[in-house]
Design a protein around this ligand. Structure first.
Ligand SMILES: CC(C)(COP(=O)(O)OP(=O)(O)OC[C@H]1O[C@@H](n2cnc3c(N)ncnc32)[C@H](O)[C@@H]1O)[C@@H](O)C(=O)NCCC(=O)NCCS
Ligand SMILES: Nc1ncnc2c1ncn2[C@@H]1O[C@H](COP(=O)(O)OP(=O)(O)OP(=O)(O)O)[C@@H](O)[C@H]1O
Length: 196
C-alpha cells in the first residue's frame, strides 16, 4: 500500500530541509509551495484570475506574478489573502492529487503542505509529520536569510496556525532547534518508524 504522509510546520521551520532528507531516504515529495508557483506561472488561467482580482500592477515586466508585491498585500490584509488562496488552493490540491495517483504501491509519498492545519487536511493522510521550532527561531531565520524585518516575519507567522494547533494533529514531531546533522538523524528515526 502506498503510504501517504502530510508534512507541515510554520514558515521557516525547516520543512523543505526535512523534505529533502526524506527524498534522500527514498520518499516521493509533493511540495505545495512549488505547485503554488506553477499554478500562477505566465500563461496560466490561475495568473489571469490573480490579475483580475488584484490588477495588472501585480505583474513584473516579464509578465510574472510579482511575489514580493503580492506578499506585501496579502500578509497585510486577511480578506485579500483569502481571495488569493481561493485562486491558488483548489489548483494546488488538484495537481497534488494527480501526482499522488501516479505513485507506486510501495512508495512513501510526502505531501509538504505549509497550510495543512489551516486547510483542514490532516485526515487525508496515514500520518502527519510536524516540524516544530519556537517562534523566535522562525523570526531569526526569516530576518537572517530572507532579508525581512522582524515585523514582516511576525505578520507571516500571524497568518498561520499556532504551534499548538499543529502539534495537536501530529503523529510524529520533528524538533528543529539543533544542527542540520541532528535534524538528519531525527528524520531518519521517523523514517525507520513508519509503518511499512
Ligand atoms: C503570497 C505569496 C505570493 C508570497 O510569495 P513568496 O515567494 O514570498 O513566498 P512562498 O510562496 O515561497 O511561501 C513561503 C511561505 O510563506 C507561507 N505562506 C504562503 N502563503 C501563505 C498563506 N496564504 N497563509 C499563510 N502563510 C502563507 C508558507 O509558510 C510558505 O511556505 C505566495 O506565498 C502565495 O502565492 N501564497 C498563496 C498560496 C498559498 O497559500 N501557498 C501556501 C501553500 S499552498
Ligand atoms: N537545523 C538547522 N540549522 C541551521 N539552519 C537550518 C536548520 N534547519 C533549517 N535551516 C535553514 O533555515 C532556513 C529555512 O528552512 P527551510 O527552507 O527548510 O524552511 P521551510 O519551513 O521550508 O520554509 P518556508 O515555510 O518558507 O517554505 C533555510 O535557510 C535552511 O537552510
Amino acid at each position: 500500500m502506498t503510504l501517504r504522509l502530510g508534512l507541515t510546520g510554520g514558515i521557516a521551520s525547516g520543512k523543505s530541509t526535512v523534505s529533502r532528507i526524506f527524498a534522500e531516504l527514498g520518499a516521493i515529495i509533493i511540495d505545495s509551495d512549488v505547485l503554488a508557483r506553477e499554478v500562477v506561472a505566465p500563461g496560466t488561467e490561475g495568473l489571469a484570475e490573480v490579475v483580475a482580482a488584484f490588477g495588472p500592477e501585480i505583474l513584473t515586466e516579464d509578465g510574472e506574478m510579482d511575489r514580493a508585491k503580492v506578499g506585501a498585500i496579502v500578509f497585510a490584509d486577511p480578506d485579500k489573502r483569502k481571495v488569493l488562496e481561493q485562486v491558488i488552493h483548489p489548483r494546488v490540491f488538484l495537481r497534488a492529487l494527480e501526482i499522488d495517483q501516479a505513485a507506486g504501491e510501495h512508495d512513501v509519498v510526502i505531501n509538504d503542505i505549509p497550510l495543512l492545519v489551516e486547510t483542514n487536511q490532516a485526515d487525508r493522510f496515514d500520518a502527519v509529520v510536524v516540524v516544530d521550532v519556537p517562534t523566535e527561531l522562525q523570526v531569526e531565520r526569516m530576518v537572517r536569510d530572507r532579508g525581512m524585518t522582524p515585523d514582516e516575519a511576525s505578520a507571516r507567522i500571524a497568518a498561520q496556525a499556532s504551534r499548538e494547533q499543529r502539534l495537536a494533529v501530529a503523529t510524529y514531531v520533528i524538533e528543529n532547534t539543533g544542527t542540520l546533522e541532528e535534524l538528519r538523524e531525527r528524520v531518519r528515526q521517523v523514517w525507520d518508524q513508519l509503518p511499512r
